[in-house]
Each structure stands twice: as C-alpha cells, then as structure tokens.
Design a protein around this ligand. Structure first.
Ligand code: ZN
Length: 456
C-alpha cells in the first residue's frame, strides 16, 4: 500500500487540507482522511488532483511534429493538404517505429498530468494495406508501449472502410487503415487478447472513424461489438466535411447522428467544432462526451467549440491531444477557455459562482475523460482507480494561493513543468517531474526520428 499526504487535495466533494490518501495494492484509492497529521512513510504532495484521461490520441502523428507549418502547393493551405502529408509520411512506419513513438507520446502524457491514453487506433496494416501475420500487430505495439510507460490504456480499434461519403475505395496512404466489418471483428478479438496482458485498469472500446469512412452497416456492426462502450467517432470538425455529409446524407453530421444512432453516455464525439446551436443543445442532452482537442483544433484551424451552450445544456467534455505534436494538459485547458473569450469578448468564460475557471476546466476534464475512457476514475474518491497528479508549490507565483486559486495559477500562469508526480491506477510513473524511464524511451524515439528523416 502507498500513502500520499497532501497539504491540499481536490476531493470528489471539494477541497480538503492535510489529507492522507491511501492507494491499495490493486491501484485503487482506499481511505481518504482530511485534517490528519502526516504519516511518517507518506509521499509528500503540495496539491493533489485527479489526473484526467487524455481522451483522443493518434500516437504516430507525433512524428510529424514540425513538418506541417510550411505553405503547401495549394494556394489556400488547408486541413486536406495536411492530411495528404500525413499519408505520405506514415507509409514508412514499421511496428517497431509505432511502438517507440507511442511510448514517447504516453510518457509525455504522463509528465503533463494525464493518467490515461485513450488511443483512437487506426494504423492497422502493413504497406499497401497488407495485414500483418497477427492482424492486431500494431495494437500489440500500442499495448507494449503502455506496459513500458505504465499509463492507463483504453484502446479503441478504428473501423475505416471508405475513402469518402460516395463510398469510394481507399487510396494509397489510406489502405493501411482499411477493414470491412467482418475483418474488423477479427481485429477486435485479436486486440482484446493483447490487451488482456495489461493491468486490470486497461479497457477497450471501438471507434467507427467518421461518417466519411464508415457506412450505416459498418456503424451498426461497430456499435454491436462495443457493448457497454466506449464508442468514439470523429464528428464535425471541418466546414468542408459538414457540407460533404449534408450533400450525401441529406443532413448535417450531428443531425444525422441524432436521428440514426443510439447516442448516450457510451459515446464520445470528437471535434464538435462545427455545430449549430440546436445541434449543440440536443447533442449535450444525450449524455455523450464532447471530445475536445483545443491545441490540435487551433493548429488545424478547425473552429471554436461552443462550450458555454454545451455546459448550459448539461453537456460533459474531456480533453485529448489528438495529433500529439504538443502534449500539454494545462495549455489545452487554458486554450479552451481562451477560445471562448476571444469569440465572445469575455473573461473567465467557464467559471461558475462556486467554482473558478481552472476548477471547472480540470474537474470537468477529469470527469468527462473518465466517462469517455470507460474508466472508473475521474475524481479523488474511495474505490476509484488512483489516477492522481501532484503539483509542485508553483514557485513564487504560488505564495498564499490555495484551493481554486492554485488551479487558476497553474493553468493560466504556469505550465506542465509544475506537474511533479503522476500515478496511473496507483503506478507512480512520474516522480520529481520526470517519467521514471525517460532516458530509454526518449533515446528510442530519437532513433526512429533520425531514421525517418533520412528515409523521408
Ligand atoms: Zn482524431
């Protein structure tokens, strides 16, 4: 058993001081005792917080960091130029590469304060779409990376069948993603066998990629496989995508999903940047989580999620790092609120009477992230997985700052360098600000990057 003693902790029912938190041998939170003296053997923490799940990631895209900020051949450089570059790049990736990149991404997630990687995993096959001998080879590599980094893993094999809404075949570059529903069922079973080798907090769901890549039959097959979920899907990210769906299906993506699928708390819809007000309200009321990726959505110029209307309708949200070119929990949270302020000429957009902006951002990201990950966590409460992050004293900025002000100082004045310790289901993987296997994981990733640069 481990014991953490925190000067202050954000518990499921609010702030407490001088808190002793036990982690049992299974990795779950045991007794929580506020106003207690510091036990001799306890790990000392300044501020203890629930560590959110990172609810949307494509690990391999990290290796494209720095390659996508030049003007392409198109006069108006767009998301679609970016996507072509991604296809060219990923042609070169081997299973060894994917494992090394995933481990590095997961390590950075932990160091940023996330306890869980929800991996929207769609790079399944070898060159020209040839399946590996083990159809779930790539899933096995993501799984192996997580065994190495100690992060909680919710693995979402992605069903991707078509190159567009006219149901055209996949082109070169996309063929490594492709499966029909029958082969996807085999992939799902093989993935489950790999995942069973991980600790008990790991979980699995499905991800029908998008309305572009999956037809109604595929969507229904994926939903059936998922059972209790989670089910993740890219929804309404780009204006061109919304127009394409409208033309092909006769309804905007959110309207179509509301009318044709059993949306509920099992679902997480990724990128809800292009929604009309009535769609925002109706989708929020289904109980589905909005999977927000504020840094990636800024990078791609997707648009601004209507967080205020979503919250007013009782909607839940969580945060993902998506392309992973920058993994920074505090910056994601800050960017989400700043996007609302820039649009509305407002301040402290998501703050409530009883909770500051930083508090709402962190608590909601933890709660929504846990729901989207299918993970029994999201707060510091007895019986939940011990997904915890400890902040340092915030340096000179942290003097005389307690409670919500601590979170506001961390998120709006400092950054993830203030994240000192992180536990994922009790595994204490980040200590004194560094992942315990940082050197090896970083060296492997750097080797892959050097080789890719030479081959590219
Ligand atoms: Zn994505």
């Amino acid at each position: 058993m481990q014991v953490i003693w925190a000067k202050q902790a954000l518990l499921g029912d609010g702030w407490a001081r001088d808190v002793s938190v036990e982690i049992d041998a299974s990795g779950r939170i045991g007794a929580i005792t506020p106003d207690s003296p510091r036990p001799a053997a306890a790990h000392l923490a300044e501020t203890l917080l629930p560590a959110p799940a990172n609810l949307h990631s494509h690990a391999f895209q990290r290796a494209m960091a720095g390659l996508t900020e030049r003007r392409g051949p198109d006069p108006r450089d767009s998301f679609w130029t970016w996507r072509r570059l991604m296809y060219r790049f990923l042609d070169q990736l081997t299973p060894d590469d994917v494992q090394a990149i995933a481990a590095f991404v997961q390590m950075e997630m932990l160091e940023a304060g996330y306890a869980t990687n929800v991996e929207f995993h769609y790079l399944h096959h070898g060159a020209n779409g040839q399946p590996y001998q083990d159809i779930a080879e790539m899933a096995a590599r993501i799984t192996a990376a997580s065994a190495d980094t100690g992060i909680g893993l919710t693995l979402l094999p992605v069903l991707y069948s078509y190159g567009g809404l006219d149901r055209r075949a996949l082109v070169a570059g996309q063929d490594r993603f492709g499966n029909d529903p029958d082969r996807f069922a085999q992939l799902y079973e093989a993935t489950a066998r790999h995942l069973a080798t991980l600790p008990a907090d790991s979980a699995m769901g499905v991800a029908p990629h998008s309305l572009r890549a999956v037809d109604r039959h595929g969507l229904e097959a994926a939903i059936a496989l998922a059972g209790p979920g989670p089910i993740h899907m890219h929804l309404a990210e780009q204006i061109a995508e919304v127009d394409e769906v409208q033309a092909a299906l006769g309804a905007r993506p959110v309207e179509w999903m509301l009318a044709n699928t059993p949306l509920d708390t099992r679902w997480c819809l990724i990128h809800c940047t292009q929604m009309e007000p009535h769609e925002t309200t109706a989708l929020a009321r289904t109980g589905a989580v909005a999977g927000l990726c504020p840094i990636t959505e800024s990078s791609l110029g997707d648009g601004i999620f209507d967080a205020l209307r979503w919250r007013a309708a009782g909607g839940r949200f969580g945060i993902g790092s998506d392309s992973n070119i920058r993994i920074a929990l505090s910056e994601e949270l800050r960017t989400l609120d700043y996007s609302q302020r820039l649009r509305d000429h407002s301040r402290a957009a998501l703050a409530e009477n009883a909770r500051s902006t930083g508090r709402v951002l962190l608590e909601e990201a933890a709660r929504g992230g846990a729901q989207a990950a299918g993970r029994n966590s999201g707060a510091i409460a007895t019986g939940l997985w011990a997904d915890l992050l400890a902040l340092d004293d915030l340096g000179p900025d942290g003097q005389e700052r307690t409670g919500d002000m601590t979170l506001d100082t961390w998120i709006f004045a400092r950054d993830d360098r203030s994240v000192r310790d992180v536990w994922a289901a009790g595994r204490h993987m980040v200590q004194a600000g560094r992942h315990i296997r940082r050197e090896d994981i970083t060296a492997s990733y750097a080797r892959v990057m050097r080789r890719l640069a030479h081959e590219g």
